[in-house]
Design a protein around this ligand. Structure first.
Ligand SMILES: Cc1cc2nc3c(=O)[nH]c(=O)nc-3n(C[C@H](O)[C@H](O)[C@H](O)COP(=O)(O)O)c2cc1C
Length: 221
């Protein structure tokens, strides 16, 4: 057996159990955004853990990108919603540059989706409503967000215990907790095919010039 890292990585099977994704470009509707929700639910049905987790890429002041995973809280005809502190790295980067890219990959379904668009924080009432739906542990943990480094893990555990005692019933919504909406201008659906002739469908719309109609085209794999 080749014990080098390269050998080990190259021996890992790829798309070994890709299901017949039932992907038909002709079945896709004019608006791609709700389809993202359909694909999340299909991935859930295929056994994908956290199928509503997406990686979100933001851009820092000098043009350097950074990514992290977030949960999608809702999807409607024109937006994907996520929640995070406005004073987090991603929140600060979005405040300075709203351009973001989100990405889903569902190995159990053999599918991925790319989203490109702009993110904007919503009004306080919407953020509070999102916060109220979180579990108690998540509401307390939202108060643990602090700028700068953590000296010792014991410090954050002690702070969690202090917050738990301080708020035995209602946990207040931190001022920075923010529900964000991404308005996509590009959505690309990708589905694996066992014969490696994968499917790609790209939707684009030019909101900058006031256009809201989506234009669709197939892409080569
Ligand atoms: C599956 C998963 C779901 C997550 N969901 C959220 C979320 O909804 N909101 C959030 O602020 N962080 C979430 N996180 C943590 C983020 O990935 C990230 O570590 C944190 O928000 C700090 O990001 P930043 O420093 O880049 O701003 C999640 C992490 C994982 C692995």
């Amino acid at each position: 057996m080749n014990e080098t890292m390269r050998g080990r990585l190259r021996s890992i099977p790829v798309f070994a159990n890709v299901p017949d994704a039932g992907f038909s470009e002709k079945d896709l509707p004019d608006n791609p955004v709700p389809v993202i929700g359909d694909w999340i639910l299909a991935a859930h049905a295929a056994g994908q853990p956290e199928p509503h987790a997406m990686s979100l890429c933001t851009v820092g002041p000098s043009g350097v990108p950074s990514s992290r995973v977030l949960l999608v809280k809702d999807i409607d005809d024109d937006h994907l919603y996520f929640a995070t502190p406005a004073d987090s790295r991603k929140g600060r980067e979005i405040a300075a540059n709203p351009h973001v890219s989100a990405h889903f990959y569902w190995p159990a379904a053999g599918r991925q989706v790319r989203v490109v668009g702009k993110a904007a924080g919503l009004e306080r009432a919407a953020s509070q409503a999102d916060f109220a739906e979180r579990g108690r542990g998540s509401r307390l943990a939202a108060h643990l967000h602090r700028p700068g480094p953590l000296g010792d893990r014991a410090d954050v555990l002690a702070e969690f215990a202090r917050l738990d005692s301080l708020h035995p019933e209602e946990v207040p919504c931190p001022p920075s907790w923010t529900l964000y909406a991404i308005t996509p201008t590009e959505v690309e659906f990708w589905a694996a095919s066992a014969d490696r002739v994968h499917h790609r469908v790209q939707y684009r719309r030019d909101t900058a010039t006031g256009g809201s109609a989506w234009h669709r085209r197939l892409l080569w794999p």
